[in-house]
Design a protein around this ligand. Structure first.
Ligand code: SAH
Ligand code: SF4
Length: 361
């Protein structure tokens, strides 16, 4: 098998069956060959930099009912909140003072006019308080083309919208099948984000019930085909107050989900070379050094949570999401980690996806 892995890794492009073979590798030496290759590709194409985005979990109010998510509208146990403008700007100021370079505003999916205007105002105010220096990424779900354009014009320039699963059948196993959770609308939203001018990020959850290596290979090919600029992938983690929790015996164990996510990160790094890849917070739920390992596998973006601590327990999209880690503590841990001695955290930079620059030149 080692030779087979080596052969695949020496190819310019991976076929579907190549990716499936790589995803099924479980021998440590062979896995290390994949991680090594990903590290080489990363160093050659984008260097060993890590970029920071302060993550602001703006509101847990959501109109959707994704079957896996702890803050789905149907979960009546959640205390709903929405940060006020001052709270958001205090977070943004913190990111600015810490020289993070960028912030991410993430939220449940809301579409009312008031929500659209609030986000718009926040974008403008964050730009103002940072003299235009803070980069702004949004992750506020599916919106109309017009809304995406408006927010872009106001100063947001990156957007994260995971496809969750690129397989339509699996998509409907993890979402209600109704017009509020329409697979084709999600695809269309990704198109609109691109045409509005954003650097677009997408990704999937890894280790979902019914998900096969074939599905995951197709997910990677999908991300390549739609030519994303950024990828955010994380392990699926069951939440007891969701319908998908009933299928918790049908998913791989936490270690297997974690390891598979690392492979997914490494393979997409090799396939797409100069994109930005986030080390997702969910990695830390499954492994103490989860995000560090994600960086070693090919990720180059870290999103320390800067949401005021008192709100964080209400933004539990999955079980055991870390709520107490302070952003500066996390960054300090990375700065001090011997595992990351060959990497360096870049401050005061947007850390845009080089892929985007090339795509548009
Ligand atoms: N409402 C927006 C953004 C917030 S949710 C949206 O859905 O796009 C951000 C991400 O959290 C989702 O894209 C999903 O991939 C992830 N997520 C939700 N529930 C999860 C779970 N149980 N385990 C792991 N990730 C989850
Ligand atoms: Fe809402 Fe996003 Fe959770 Fe779906 S994943 S329920 S859209 S917050």
């Amino acid at each position: 098998m080692t030779n087979k892995v080596k052969d695949i890794l020496s190819k310019e492009y991976f076929s579907r069956s190549d990716i499936i073979s790589l995803l099924s590798v479980d021998d440590d030496a062979e896995r290390n060959l994949i991680f090594q290759k990903a590290a080489e590709v990363r160093e050659k194409h984008i260097g060993n930099n890590i970029y920071l985005r302060g993550l602001i979990e703006y509101t847990n109010i959501c109109s959707k009912n994704c079957l896996y998510c702890g803050i789905r509208a149907g979960n009546k146990k959640v205390n709903r909140y929405c940060l006020n403008e001052e709270e958001v700007l205090t977070c943004a100021k913190y990111a600015y003072d810490q020289n993070y370079g960028s912030v991410v505003i993430q939220s449940g999916e809301r579409r009312g006019q008031q929500f659209i205007e609030s986000i718009d105002k926040l974008i403008k105010e964050i730009k103002k308080l940072s003299n235009g220096e803070l980069g702004i990424t949004l992750s506020c779900g599916e919106q109309s083309e017009e809304t995406y354009q408006r927010w872009f014009e106001s100063g947001a320039h990156r957007y994260l919208l995971r496809i969750e699963s690129s397989n339509e059948e699996l998509y409907y196993r993890i979402h209600p099948k109704d017009e509020n959770h329409d697979f084709n609308k999600r695809l269309l939203a990704l198109k609109h984000l691109k045409s509005a001018g954003y650097q677009v990020g997408s990704g999937v959850m890894v280790g979902l019930p019914f998900q096969s290596d074939e599905n995951l290979a197709d997910d990677l090919l999908f991300l390549q085909k739609i030519d994303v600029d950024m990828v955010g992938m994380g392990p699926y983690i069951e939440h007891p107050e969701t319908p998908l929790f009933d299928l918790r015996n049908k998913i791989p164990d936490p270690k297997a989900r974690f390891e598979k996510t690392l492979l997914m990160i490494a393979i997409i790094r090799i396939m797409m070379k100069n994109i930005n890849i986030a080390a997702s917070t969910a990695m830390d739920t499954l492994d103490n050094e989860g995000r560090i390992k994600a960086i070693l596998a090919g990720a180059n973006v870290l999103m320390p949570n800067i949401t005021p601590i008192k709100y964080r327990e209400n933004y539990q999209i999955y079980k055991d999401k870390p709520v107490l880690t302070e952003a500066d503590e996390l960054v300090g841990k990375l700065e001090a980690s011997p595992l990351l001695k060959d990497y360096h955290i870049v401050y005061n930079a947007w850390g845009d996806s080089p892929h985007f620059g090339k795509r548009n030149s």
